[in-house]
Design a binder for this molecule. Structure first.
Ligand code: NAD
Length: 434
């Protein structure tokens, strides 16, 4: 046993703020509301449904994670968000059409009560959307101040003891970090000078960190994956995590690729294509926005398969990712993978995966877990990048200089061992003796 760390109790209300009140955010909020009324279990949420083994197998200790670590309870969550289009969570849920009327009926009034605040929005970053509920302040500095005022107003109105923010907004156009992102001081100067390199999501992140609100990023835009945000998070003592919820095709990829590598099977190519017809798909139809997603999706194979270490098996891989906007499918994405592997004496084999998934159904429990674990991290005295939450993310942000892990199963071990350590339990190594 190691010594448990001090974690302040999860007393009072936790406000969960989502910039972006679209398909993912409304499905997340509706699911929590349904779960706390006992209408449906929170399926897919590791924080709510998974058990964690403690000690040797023979000890038989296997509590639920939520009984083991002091997480905020679902009844203590309060929801809020910003959106340039959706008026409230109910309208967002109806527009995206993820949940059926029979599931929305009982909670419709509660969902209507989650009213979107006016957004910091700029079409330069999301050309396919026309924002109507947008803050009428011009300068980026003033936008940041207005968001901080919203945060404090929400905190006061809802009597929240703590807040967390999870970006559920549209994917912004691809951009590279520039001088303005190199330090907190440069970023603040950039806000005052309306630097065109500062995206709206970065203004939300800045406002959150200045307000000491942990920030997790569910989209592939850089947002907190920038030196200025890491500096600010550490200076203010606030946890951050990003980026891009790991759902659908990448979830499959990071389950399958570790299996091929575990058995030393070679990989020659992986062709991935998706069709989806929701607002996210429409935004990603713009090449500059798709580029953000492409970069985030392409990274996973190299880190899992280590071509430098295994050149015979993984030295020459054609990895292609496509997303096609196809309105008839709505939120029901179809992800095809055509995988070319090879085995003994180099003989080729093919695997086809056709995943008829529901994007927001897969993403919603991730929002819940990130919100609860980021709040836990803050109460445990953590600040800066929370690499142990990479389990949930497609392009995880590294806490140090070492390459970040993409293998879902190693990520799961890291998450559980982090919780064990914080609670003064020994890590589980799965060795013969354990
Ligand atoms: N659903 C998934 O499986 C999944 C997986 C990984 C990442 N994501 C990402 O999560 C995000 C949300 O996905 P979604 O399906 O809910 O999309 P969505 O289009 O339904 O919702 C996004 C919402 O963000 C709003 N928005 C855009 N710019 C904003 C701004 N500056 N401030 C506040 N709101 C803003 C839009 O009006 C929209 O309502 C997207 O970036 C998507 O790429 C989703």
């Amino acid at each position: 046993m190691t010594e448990a760390r001090f974690i302040s109790p999860a007393a009072g209300r936790l406000g969960v703020l989502t910039p972006g009140l679209g398909a993912v955010a409304s499905t997340f909020i509706a699911g929590v509301m349904a779960a706390r009324r006992g209408l449906a279990p929170p399926i897919g949420s590791v924080s709510q449904m998974a058990h964690i083994r403690l000690g040797a197998r023979s000890e038989g200790r296997n509590p639920l994670i939520r009984d083991f670590v002091p997480l905020a309870g679902l009844d203590d969550l309060v929801f809020g968000g910003w959106d340039p289009i959706s008026a409230n969570a109910m309208e967002a849920a109806r527009t995206c059409g993820v949940l059926a009327d029979k599931d929305l009926g009982a909670i419709s009034a509660e969902l209507e009560g989650v009213v979107a605040m006016g957004a910091v929005f700029d079409r330069a970053w999301v050309s396919r959307l026309e924002g109507v509920r947008v803050k009428a302040v011009a300068s980026k500095w003033e936008q940041a101040q207005a968001l901080m005022a919203d945060i404090e107003d929400f905190r006061g109105r809802h009597g929240c003891d703590r807040l967390v923010m999870v970006w559920c907004g549209s994917t912004e156009a691809f951009s590279e970090p520039s001088g303005v992102h190199q330090s907190a001081a440069a970023f603040e100067a950039g806000l005052r000078a309306d630097d065109p390199g500062i995206a709206p999501s970065q203004i939300y992140a800045y406002a959150a960190l200045q307000s000491e609100v942990p920030f997790a990023n569910g989209a592939p835009n850089l947002t907190v994956d920038l030196p200025c945000m890491v500096e600010l998070a550490e200076a203010r003592g606030v946890p951050i995590a990003g980026k891009d919820f790991k759902t659908g095709q990448t979830l499959m990829k990071t389950m399958l690729a570790p299996g091929f590598k575990a058995r030393m099977l070679g990989l020659r190519g992986w062709y991935s294509t998706n069709i989806l017809g929701n607002r996210d798909g429409e935004v990603l139809d713009a090449p500059e926005n798709f580029r953000s997603k492409e970069v985030s999706k392409l990274g996973v194979l190299d880190t899992i398969l280590q071509p430098g270490v295994y050149p015979d098996l993984y030295g020459k891989i054609d990895h292609v990712v496509r997303i096609n906007y196809y309105p008839p499918r709505g939120d029901d994405k179809e992800g095809w993978d055509s995988i070319d592997i090879f085995g003994w004496l180099g003989y080729p084999m093919q695997i086809k995966v056709d995943f008829l998934c529901r994007d927001s159904i897969l993403a919603a429990p991730i929002v819940l877990d990130l919100a609860l674990f980021m709040d836990l991290a803050a109460r445990a005295g953590e600040s800066g990048v929370q690499e142990w939450l990479s389990f949930y993310l497609k392009a995880p942000q590294a806490a140090g200089s070492a390459a970040v892990e993409h293998d879902l199963f190693i990520q799961q071990t890291k998450l559980k061992n982090t919780l064990r350590e914080w609670m003064g339990e020994a890590p589980v190594t799965h060795s013969e003796a354990g």
